[in-house]
Design a protein around this ligand. Structure first.
Ligand code: HEC
Ligand code: HEC
Length: 230
């Protein structure tokens, strides 16, 4: 069990950087207004046709859509969501035409508003579905212990054992739809998503097989209910 916490030296400079930034008045993030954000999520932007209602894909309460691959936004941190919106806008987060168009049209304040709204929504899990015992064990092993043989760190070292994350840098992945989690792992592995600091996720995902990805996505999909993935 020496592997899981190798990531801490990487995590600490990021975190202390964030704490430092938060102390400076000039760099404090704007406050999101969840009421304005709710309106944007439900109705889109009245004057910007690119900004469709977020709820048409992500759901009114941010529950997402597992079949369509629309991620759950409920319970993600506002800081993480704003960072992702900026990365879609600048093209740093892969090639996703819809999200890119939307993000380019949003002002920074609108990003904070809509993110504040979704961050405040409850994570309500739908039933997780059946997963084979073997897949579950593989997922749990990778999530909690990693794999020493090819230096795959435990996901829990950065995302926590139940995937609650350490936001805004380390996002919540517990309770997220498994098809979306798998797609992100594939995107990192293939370099289609390259907005991770120090290529942390690209390195890790590049060492995972398709089966590993399926297993670990199934684990975190179920881990969000506080049951530790069991
Ligand atoms: C037409 C469907 C659609 C609409 C409308 C839409 N999204 Fe998305 N959104 C997606 C998809 C699909 C993804 C996942 C992209 C990928 O695979 O990387 C995504 C990803 C995101 C993410 C990243 C989540 C994560 O866990 O990293 C955020 C944040 C987000 N959307 C916010 C918004 C906001 C805010 C709005 C409204 C202003 C919005 N979206 C409208 C389809 C949509
Ligand atoms: C060294 C720390 C670290 C470890 C270990 C780690 N991650 Fe990550 N992960 C990150 C960071 C940082 C991000 C956010 C990247 C960004 O800023 O967009 C991330 C993002 C993700 C995302 C995208 C989430 C979203 O909402 O789009 C998924 C999925 C993910 N990680 C899965 C895993 C899995 C599965 C493992 C274990 C096999 C793992 N991670 C191990 C640091 C880590």
């Amino acid at each position: 069990m020496r592997i899981p916490f190798w990531a801490l030296p990487l995590a600490l400079p990021l975190l202390s950087g964030a704490a430092f930034a938060a102390e400076g008045t000039a760099t404090a993030p704007p406050q999101g207004d969840p009421t304005a954000g709710k309106e944007l999520a439900q109705q889109g932007h009245p004057d910007k046709s690119a900004v469709m209602p977020c709820q048409s894909c992500h759901g009114a309460q941010g529950q997402g859509n597992p079949q369509a691959g629309f991620p759950r936004l409920a319970g993600l941190s506002a800081g993480y969501m704003v960072a992702q919106l900026k990365d879609f806008g600048s093209g740093d987060r892969g090639n996703h035409p819809t999200m890119t168009r939307i993000a380019k049209a949003l002002s920074e304040q609108e990003m904070w508003d809509v993110s504040a709204y979704y961050a405040g929504q409850e994570v309500e899990l739908s039933s997780a579905g059946e997963v084979s015992e073997e897949l579950q064990q593989t997922g749990k092993r990778l999530a909690l212990r990693g794999r020493a043989g090819d230096a795959v760190p435990a996901c829990a070292a950065c995302h926590g054992p139940e995937g609650r994350g350490l936001p805004p840098q380390f996002p919540r992945i517990g309770g997220q739809h498994s098809a979306y989690l798998e797609k992100q792992l594939n995107d990192f592995a293939e370099g289609n998503r390259a907005n991770d600091a120090s290529a942390m996720m690209r390195d890790i995902a590049g060492k995972l097989s398709a089966e590993d990805m399926e297993a670990v996505a199934a684990y975190f999909r179920r881990a969000g209910d506080g049951q530790g993935g069991d």
